[in-house]
Design a protein around this ligand. Sequence first.
Ligand code: CO
Ligand code: CO
Ligand code: CO
Length: 316
Amino acid sequence: MEFPTDANVIVGLDAIDDAGVYKINDVLAIVQTVDFFTPIVDDPYWFGQIAAANALSDIYAMGGIPKTAMNLVAFPADKMDISILRQIIKGGIDKMREAQVVLLGGHSIEDNELKYGLSVTGFIHPDKIIRKNNLMLGDKLILTKPLGTGIINTAIKAGIASPGITETVTRLMATLNQKSAQIMLKYPVHACTDITGFGLLGHIAEMLAGSVLGIKIDSHKLPIIPGTDEYAQMGLIPAGAYKNRKYRETMVDISSTVDRASQDILFDPQTSGGLLICIGAVSAGALVNDLKNDEIDCSTIIGEVVSEPKGKIVVV
Ligand code: CO
Ligand code: CO
Ligand code: CO
């Protein structure tokens, strides 16, 4: 399909990336994204925070500074009390305040199923856009949030997750990628994306699309939310994880020493996951230390960009 475009489109629909970028002048471009979904936690205030953090994340992944937002609301007014919607929107507004983003408007419709999210616009210098596929040989991959939100949410729905784990995962999903992005911008980062619905390997596959390089992941280095491995071994795997695996199977080569639960975690769809930052080996250690010093505790190097096999992800 052909899309309308013009000379100022820097990142458009023909490029795989986290958000679109449109140039205003030589020093300013806008970066735009939209995201909304159905509730993933029972508490409406937390759901609002998570949906907002998730929507803002694509701006951070591009190296942009989010500035303005619009609410997107679908609400079943005949089935649900309006106070629930107020709590959701309050959660969203509190996250926007934390991100120093202003709410300019929005739109709501009546719908059978509750949905909430934001469209977000940010600022970025046209020459400082961090693309998702600008990998360089020898780069290290740094992940800033632990994996497992899909598996743990499945355990919560099954009534198995402990209150402690439920609280941990809720807070993680509501955590902005703002601080990680601010720290990342002080370093000569080559590429970045955020880990969401396609799971870790699905998003790495997007980074590798069309590349002459490959990526090697060390499964023992992956930061994982406590409880995830146990629930994965119990088979509490969301359907999305199987879909993600099937979709990217041909690009992925997982060593037989990696157990099944770990493999499922690699494809587990994340909600409001962390940034995956790609940076030269000489700067990677300093960036990880900087992130850790700013309480982005689980930040760690999980893999590297290799020359062979081309266009593939090898997991050991
Ligand atoms: Co993204
Ligand atoms: Co998105
Ligand atoms: Co990016």
